[in-house]
Design a protein around this ligand. Structure first.
Ligand SMILES: [Zn+2]
Ligand SMILES: [Zn+2]
Length: 253
């Protein structure tokens, strides 16, 4: 335990108990909605082992998606609290949980690149949630974070409102990568992966700029059938037996 942990002991965000390393106590951490059975390429939740039909039909350009959680309470609430509520400490927690997961998966990358927002959306929100998550994960793993290596050059409409096929079309050529990625193993960091359309497009841009390989690290994965048609309310519909300490949805319907 470092000096900071001794001076400022962490409290669990869910139950308030003492915690170490992350602000989440072990019993609460054990109850998170872990993604147990999933496609080894895209992390699509599956009831069986093996590569999913979509990855067989259209192999993704990334090596694999690593995602510790299903998009369900309380992780979904924390992501919403970060994104819509601006609670940046939740980004630190989510990045720490992501780092713990990828560490267990035994992966090694040279740099973390967060999925960028178009500058107009970033300006409105004031921050990029994927960068907050990447910063925390990078600190835990001691890997540099390079937000300037990938830019979103076209804003694209709000993904959640589009049908699946249109999502893929809307992100096509939306990204441009720096040639600083040349020869490097990159982890593309996102908060949630739903259709993989964004991950595929961003990966394609990184590979086109010379990256050696791209993995996608996301905090949460949602099953396709719950995703595109359901809209935001659908994605976050699995509410809780959990008490919600962060009240991220205040002011939202
Ligand atoms: Zn707890
Ligand atoms: Zn798959």
């Amino acid at each position: 335990m470092g000096l900071a942990a001794l001076l400022f002991p962490l409290r669990c965000v869910r139950c308030g108990a003492d915690a170490a390393e992350l602000p989440l106590c072990p019993p609460c951490a054990a109850e998170l909605p872990h993604l147990e059975s999933a496609c080894p390429r895209c992390a699509e939740p599956l009831p069986r082992t093996g590569v999913c039909g979509r990855c067989l039909a259209e192999p993704p350009p990334f090596v694999r998606v690593l995602a510790p959680f299903l998009l369900a309470a309380p992780v979904a609430d924390w992501i919403l609290g970060l994104k819509e509520g601006g609670q940046l400490h939740l980004g630190a927690l989510l990045g720490g949980l992501l780092a713990r997961h990828v560490d267990r998966c035994g992966t090694a990358v040279d740099a973390l690149v967060p999925v960028p927002l178009h500058w107009r959306r970033r300006l409105r929100r004031g921050f990029n949630q994927s960068l907050e998550i990447a910063r925390s994960a990078g600190r835990h793993l001691d890997v540099p974070v390079r937000p300037r290596w990938l830019a979103r050059v076209r804003p694209g409409p709000d993904q959640r409102r589009l049908p699946l096929a249109q999502r893929a079309a809307s992100v096509h050529r939306a990204f441009r990568a720096s040639d600083r990625v040349a020869g490097l193993r990159i982890a593309l960091v996102d908060d949630v992966v739903t259709t993989t359309a964004t991950a595929r497009a961003a990966t394609a841009a990184l590979l086109a700029a010379g990256a050696a390989a791209v993995e996608v690290w996301a905090v949460a994965r949602t099953a396709l059938e719950n995703g595109p048609s359901a809209g935001n309310n659908g994605l976050f519909a699995r509410r809780a037996p959990w008490p919600n300490p962060v009240s991220p949805t205040s002011g939202k319907s």
